[in-house]
Design a protein around this ligand. Sequence first.
Ligand SMILES: [Zn+2]
Ligand SMILES: [Zn+2]
Ligand SMILES: [Zn+2]
Length: 519
Amino acid sequence: MTQLRKSYFWSPSTWKLRLKHGSRTQSTTSTAEEFHSAHSFILNNHIDPMKNPVEERSEAVPRYSSSVYSEHEDACSPVLRLSNNKNKKEDLTGCLKRKMKSLTAPNQMAPNRRHSRPYAVSSGEWVLVPTTESSLGRIGQVLSLDDLTEMQFSYHFDTALKVFIKVYAMAKVMEVAFLSYGCELDNAETGLQYWIKHAEAEVRTNSLAVLIEVVENLFYALYSRVIIEMAGIELCALFKLQLRPAVGSRQFFLPDANHMYRLLLACKDNLDDTNVCESLQEGVVHQWQEGFLRRLALKEIEKGFNPDDMLGYRRFAQSIVSDPTCAYVAKWRSLVPFFDTIPSEILAVMSEKWFTVLPKVVLPDDVPSGQLPFVDLKRANPMQWEKEIILDYRLATLGKLEGRSIGEERRDDPKIRLLSLARCRKCICTSVCLCSWACTYRVKSACPCSERHVRIMMARRCKETGPFDFTIRANTAARACWEGLAMLRRDVKDDTILLEWREAFEVFELTIQKERWAD
Ligand SMILES: [Zn+2]
Ligand SMILES: [Zn+2]
Ligand SMILES: [Zn+2]
């Protein structure tokens, strides 16, 4: 299977197309129809298998940014600006290098060539990539770095750090997401949490070998977990259940399985990016997945299976998994080689977590939300509040006429002060945010996204790391980024989800650089 075909295979929309066009795997059972219809409402059909999605994406990404923070460039800390400048230079060098790389086919490369390309996960130039069956479950050992000059070292360190930032950001956001759905996060040596802790302990390291070792392991811990959870999420999405709160609700509710599938798919796309991973070691992924499932099964046996079957879901899940003609089973069998050996009870237990509506576990914040600098304008300055509310109604009316959200109208103002608006809990979200229409129609009510915006903008303005340790600050950053992804409207394009992930990378770049520069 070519890389391109395989990538289509992942997306629910491709699957739908395959079912539609009647390929060999088409099943006539009602389960296949279930599978089909369960996904139909999230498919905006903008993936056309005749077009190259990579091309489409790279064209679309820089064109539009949903970033709420980009206009605040001047509020950046000098620390970040310094590293930004540095990164720009490196981008140029990196670009040249990539051009050089494309001139030489990889198989013509001398076998023992070391460090001619920037670091990426499982790159044979940086780690010993296992080739024999017996060594498959092992992460590659870091090759000797003694050939690097001081200049080369610092160049390569910075590119490795970039990979670290991306992988760590995704791992943290996923950790927060998994915890809020009540998913198991264990501390095993191939587990996600184990490597997140390692990454946090080594965040200030100046050793390239240590950095690479952490990235390699964190990458595989995350990758293997994301894929296996996607199998559970997709199973959950097949079950039609209306547990969702009414649209426009002001509380934060966890996204449903369809949205989660798209968020994880985008995460997988980021991990598959050749700048992050050069050649995926599927053997490692499968071994780590098997380890995770084994531990999960042991834990469930220990607990004793909970006999109540929530709304008949377990019976439903088991009937799907045990039907070999089902489209779902065929898909996951080809993506996870040992899929048949996963006990259906375990799969059911894993997947029913995605019905969760209210966050189960929330990591503690650095600054408690009660201490954030919110302003109750109505109380503090009733005259000013009244004046502003009239203008706000005008903006909302204009927005309704133009089919835009109040946040977008506010952003038209060249003198806009995003932080002051967010501090008064006024909406600054663009129309890709779930809140945007409710905020446009209910001008006086508080925007549910204000806390997230205030936290990120405050962190961006503050030059120091503050009194909190890195892990706690990273938890807060991860939750803000997770809420940004969770609050995306369900009908946004794939590019918008990727952009939101990119915003998360920026937030984490700042958090990590601040930590590394602090004395
Ligand atoms: Zn809002
Ligand atoms: Zn928003
Ligand atoms: Zn919002």
